[in-house]
Design a protein around this ligand. Structure first.
Ligand code: SF4
Length: 719
């Protein structure tokens, strides 16, 4: 790699790079001359402009953390503990398990499970390793749990899925912003500067959330629906907009198709009926529709609160219908978008680690796409497997007849993050063999037969695609611990052991191949190079040639559909798969905290973050707390049809009295995914994390909160 790309080199001075966590991918300067420290937040990186949250400021602590895994671990039998091993022994065991399972049960007996935090190069290579090296159909990733519903909706409506079809900074220029199931004040605080700038110009903020989050507390209007009723709300808003002639008839006629079907479908969502379904007062619904339609520029953003439902795709479509009827997509400082969660949640869903997808956002069941990618990989298209199972479906079948018998998990902590996590842990125990790549001994790694210690964010170079579709370069700034290896190297070594064609482990070489594989696809990266990313502070896809400037704003002229028009889709409210009853009388909803991230495998190990938010606490309205007979700090038992968790009570008068909220960052007995419902969206196969029926009772005796796992330092493993 050229110096202008790599920077000064690991450990030799300050390196401009990016935070390892969320999709904002805030620009930072990291210095590892003595030990890794974050010197500053880049003031010229467009998504953070000098801002960082507590997670970002402390991210360097992950690099020289005493619990880093620095040697492979293997288990001689299921009854014995993990022990340190050489890389040769560990890789031989993985290769033997793969070969044995495929010989005995067929190619699809081996599965791969990736993550939305992997670089584009790793996500691409993971997909290629599955389809071309192992020739298995069984690959999916944890982004299926995050972004698949919004992705499905955007693809159906706009012909393309890019979370934000405009730069984040455009939010500052809007006059009305509706956030549906999104809490950026906690999840990505630096993004609030754009919302605050819009508010300072007089913009109105509408927040839709069953909780009064930090974001909702600052809104002009807070709509607080029953969990699982956002779709009724979207249809109700459109009903008001049509009835009160607030829609943009010229835009609808020129730029869209299918409006008549939607007009008919939303007729029955008159506001007082929507109030009965959602609990949102009719007057607030009407007010929200007027705020959005009266604004010169308006933006509607959905996030996981709206999308992680069994009808998440249709819910996103409901808000897209509203945005299209108001004439927003493609107009300046206006539009619809979804707020991506994971660091590479966008790129991770574009380049082939999804069960149904090939690089460049191509479909695996499209013969033309298969021929293109097969040619880049130098194999006949017939060698590519068919689409495999979605994440939950694959995990649900682990160890069963016809299911996956050998699983390799990279960059994901499914023992904590999968829905119905107790059942998924049982399924993992029934595997013939489990390999896990991680840099800490996560709850999932603890269950493995072989643990492969990975290099992490600042130790290797690779590209990420942020929530705006901006491709950025994360540069190696720190030398990795001697015993850790990149997942790219692991794939190269396994391919060699399996006697399959050679794979590169050089990120830039892999990116060059990704460019060719994505050329002509929806997510076309063919014009993006490492050098251009550095010189231009990131580049937006699609970028189909090296002379193309990239595409910060989509839909300004037309939509990438067959007729070049956006498509309305009639959608109907169905509600949550489980609603409260006598046995489980409340709704449970889940989400994120300010100082924790995803399954907490990283942030729970950062002292200041862990001290501030040490274990799972369930938010309960004072009225409900009185009914149950508990006070702040007491322990409660949460039960659903799938399991039990124990958490401390946090009294929150801003939450609906019929709903409790728990964060999903914790393992042990406080793991909320022991409770969540895997009811799947029929289009996206996204599980319904955000709503299920729960009982809440005071813990009178018996075990309390078992702390999330905190393994002893692995100093003995350091080389
Ligand atoms: Fe920025 Fe997200 Fe990192 Fe916080 S976690 S510093 S918002 S990239």
């Amino acid at each position: 790699m050229h110096d202008s790309v790599t920077g000064p080199g690991p450990g030799t001075g300050p390196v401009r790079t990016h935070c390892p966590y969320c999709s904002l991918q805030c620009g930072i300067t990291l210095d590892a001359s003595v030990r890794p420290v974050i010197l500053d937040a880049q003031s010229d990186f467009p998504t953070n402009l000098g801002g960082l949250c507590a997670k970002g400021w402390t991210a360097a602590e992950l690099l020289d953390h005493p619990q880093r895994l620095t040697a492979p671990l293997v288990r001689d039998s299921r009854d014995e503990p993990l022990r340190p091993a050489s890389w040769d022994e560990a890789l031989d065991r993985v290769a033997t398990a793969i070969r044995g399972a495929q010989d005995r049960y067929g190619r699809d007996a081996v599965g791969l499970f990736g993550g939305g935090g992997l670089t584009n190069e790793k996500a691409y290579q993971f997909g290629k390793f599955a389809r071309a090296t192992l020739r298995t159909a069984m690959i999916d990733y944890n982004g299926r749990f995050c972004m698949s519903s919004a992705a499905n909706a955007a693809t159906r409506a706009f012909g393309i899925d890019r979370g934000l079809p405009f730069p984040l900074a455009d939010i500052a220029g809007t006059d009305a912003l509706m956030l549906v199931g999104s809490n950026p004040a906690d999840t990505m605080p630096p993004a609030m500067q754009f919302i605050d700038a819009a508010r300072a110009r007089g913009a109105r903020l509408i927040v839709v959330d069953p909780r009064t989050t930090r974001t909702a507390a600052g809104a002009n209007l807070h709509l607080q629906p029953v969990p699982g009723t956002d779709l009724a709300l979207a249809n109700g808003l459109l009903n008001v907009a049509i009835r009160e002639r607030l829609i943009d008839v010229d835009y609808i006629a020129e730029r869209t198709t299918g409006f008549d079907g939607v007009r008919r479908a939303v007729r029955q969502y008159w506001p007082d009926r929507v109030e009965r379904i959602s609990g949102v007062p009719e007057a607030d619904l009407v007010r929200a529709a007027h705020i959005l339609s009266a604004a010169d520029h308006a933006v509607i953003l959905t996030a996981r609160g709206a999308e992680q439902h069994r009808s998440g795709s249709d819910t996103a479509l409901g808000f897209i219908n509203l945005a299209l009827a108001l004439g927003l997509p493609g107009r300046p400082f206006s539009g619809y978008g979804t707020v991506t969660g994971q660091g590479n949640g966008q790129g991770g869903r574009e380049h082939g680690q999804k069960a149904d997808q090939l690089p460049g956002y191509r479909r695996l069941d499209d013969p033309v796409a298969r021929a293109h990618v097969a040619a880049v990989w130098g194999i006949p298209p017939s060698e590519l497997p068919a689409p495999g199972l979605s994440a939950y479906e694959m995990l649900d079948g682990l160890g069963t007849e016809g299911g996956v018998r050998v699983l390799w998990v990279a960059g994901s902590n499914i023992a904590v993050s999968a829905p119905r996590a107790g059942h998924i842990a049982d399924r993992m125990r029934s595997l013939d063999f489990l390999a896990v790549s991680d840099f800490f001994l996560s709850e999932t790694a603890r269950m493995a037969d072989v643990v492969l210690p990975s290099t992490q964010w600042a130790e290797e170079t690779g590209t990420m695609t942020n929530l705006e579709g901006r491709v950025i370069l994360r540069r190696a700034a720190v030398a990795p611990p001697a015993g850790s290896r990149s997942d790219l190297w692991v794939m190269r070594e396994l391919a060699a052991r399996l006697g399959r064609p050679a794979l590169s482990d050089d990120p830039q070489e892999i990116f060059e191949e990704l460019r060719r594989a994505s050329a002509g696809g929806k997510a076309d990266y063919s014009g993006i190079t490492y050098e251009r990313i550095v010189a231009e502070n990131g580049l937006f896809w699609p970028c189909p040639s090296t002379r193309h400037p990239g595409t910060p704003r989509l839909f300004t002229q037309d939509f990438p559909t067959r007729g070049r028009q956006a498509r309305f889709h009639p959608v109907e409210h169905v509600g949550a798969a489980e609603t409260p009853d006598a046995e489980y009388p409340y709704y449970l909803t889940t989400g994120r905290l300010l100082r924790q991230y995803q399954s907490g495998a990283q942030t729970r190990r950062v002292a200041s973050l862990s001290e501030a938010e040490p274990d799972a606490a369930v938010e309960i309205h004072p009225t409900l707390a009185r009914r149950i007979g508990v006070r702040a700090g007491d322990l409660v038992s949460l039960r659903t049809r799938r399991g039990r968790a124990v958490m401390r009570v946090r009294i929150a008068d801003g939450i609906r009295p019929d709903t409790v909220f728990a964060p999903f960052h914790y393992g042990g007995s406080g793991a909320v995914n022991l409770l969540t419902n895997p009811a799947l969206d029929p289009y996206s196969r996204m599980p319904e994390f955000k709503a299920c029926a729960v009982s809440v009772d005071a813990v009178v005796d018996g075990p309390g909160v078992i702390p999330p796992e905190s393994p002893p330092p692995q100093k003995d493993l350091h080389e």
